[in-house]
Write a protein that binds this ligand. Structure first.
Ligand SMILES: *Cc1c(COP(=O)(O)O)cnc(C)c1O
Length: 419
């Protein structure tokens, strides 16, 4: 459920017509509904009621400060994968002890930053990383709290680019080596083992893979206990899918039920790292039709947003529903909705049935709140678009549209080129 609905054929975000915002801020822009963000977070968090838990929103899904601050206010924590995300998280107001740090390639400066900050836990993804964290912690006279990210080899049956828990994926440590990791960590002086972690993929639309991963983690936990190691935190990662088209992912309550049942009788503190399920359907991308064009075999709708603004269709062949912001016209066409970028892969949709929109009409690219703006680039020297948050009948620009000056910020011409 989200707050993007038609009233008299006009698309509204909460209590403002999307058109009104487009007229004031220009296009393209990402538009987020505060009520939807809040609702999604609370439903997810409440689903685990009764369990010791920390819902660490996955910053990489959408790291705008305003969105992060909302989750701070709702009692959430943060899942980060870089020093930059740590910086954003702290700026938004997350307490260090609510931040968990995953990622296969943590740099020394990033590890030091997290150690000095005093985050809740490092999710360690290789034995070499474990050794490096121990070394840096020693130098900084800190004790590094760690969990081993286990790769449980379950198939989440999602797009191959977003499965992360298969043997062949680069993420985590396979279950056999994970025991070695715990053994090793136990002997290291400057790390404290506090958790076990997994994250098996994204846009998962079935509860089973999560149950399989949890079963695998639990049997590993038994082995770890035998080593005399006391694990307090179990981090289930993120990955719960959403409806983009006709998928029917489990409701957070069903997802939670599957996890809670398996954890009964343990005293583990649960950590969750949802991203997409919280923000995905809480945001849209609004774009204007620049031109219509008929090719010999195709009809084209050329929009002012392209793959540099929303990369998911290009990168994963992802489906985003596309709607007319003013929906009075019942005549439908089949068209490719493409952007202005000089790449054949620059499309928002291929062979899509959409209303017969005209030059100047507004389109809403739905479900664009997750992995939208954060993946955008300046390719073709296109300024990054604005981000806007609606609260009831007010809207707020939470990220200014870039200007041409921003495009060259930090660039300089060496003097020898000027002589
Ligand atoms: C990307 C990521 C998440 C969030 O995934 P979603 O599919 O958006 O829920 C959580 N944890 C880790 C480690 C990630 O890399």
């Amino acid at each position: 459920m989200h707050h993007f609905e038609y009233r008299d054929h006009e698309l509204y975000c909460e209590n403002i017509p999307v058109r009104t915002i487009a007229e004031k801020v220009g296009t393209p822009f990402f538009l987020y509904s505060h009520a939807t963000l809040k609702r999604h977070f609370l439903i997810f968090d409440k689903a685990f009621e009764g369990l010791k838990r920390l819902v660490c929103f996955s910053a990489k899904a959408n790291s705008n400060l305003a969105i992060l601050k909302l989750f701070v206010n709702l009692g959430g924590g943060l899942d980060i994968v870089s020093g930059g995300e740590l910086y954003r998280g702290l700026k938004a107001g997350f307490l260090p002890k609510t931040i968990v740090y995953s990622g296969v390639g943590k740099r020394v400066d990033e590890i030091d930053y997290a150690l000095n900050t005093g985050i809740l836990m490092f999710n360690v993804e290789s034995l070499e990383e474990l050794k490096l964290i121990d070394k840096r912690a020693g130098l900084l006279k800190k004790k590094a709290p760690v969990a081993v990210r286990v790769n449980p080899d379950v198939d989440p049956k999602t797009h191959p680019y977003i499965s992360t828990g298969l043997k062949k994926n680069k993420f985590g440590i396979d279950t056999a080596s994970a025991l070695k990791g715990y053994q090793m960590a136990n002997e290291l002086e400057n790390v404290e083992i506090i958790g076990i972690d997994c994250h098996i993929g994204s846009q998962i639309t079935d509860a089973k893979p999560f149950q399989e991963a949890l079963a695998s983690l639990k049997s590993l936990l038994n082995e770890i206990k035998k080593m005399g190691i006391d694990i307090r935190y179990l981090d289930m990662g993120g990955g719960l899918g959403i409806t983009y088209d006709d998928e029917s992912p489990p409701h957070p309550r069903e997802y939670a039920k599957a996890i809670v049942e398996s954890l009964k009788g343990t005293d583990l503190h649960l950590i969750l790292e949802p991203g997409r399920v919280i923000v995905g359907n809480a945001g849209i991308l609004v774009t204007r039709v620049l031109f219509r064009k008929s090719g010999p075999t195709k009809e084209f709708v050329i929009a002012d947003a392209g793959m540099n603004d929303l990369m998911r269709p290009t990168l994963y062949n992802a489906f985003h529903a596309i709607k007319a912001v003013s929906a009075g016209n019942d005549r439908m066409i089949t068209a490719d909705i493409v952007g202005p970028i000089c790449e054949t892969s620059d499309f928002l949709a291929i062979d899509r049935n959409i209303p017969d929109v005209k030059q100047g009409d507004l389109l809403a690219v739905m479900s664009a709140g997750a992995y939208g703006f954060v993946m955008s680039s300046n390719y073709c020297s296109r300024p990054k678009v604005a981000e806007v948050m609606v609260n009831d009948d007010q809207f707020y620009i939470i990220k200014k549209r870039q200007e041409y000056e921003d495009l060259v910020a930090g660039e300089s011409i060496p003097t020898f080129l000027n002589s």
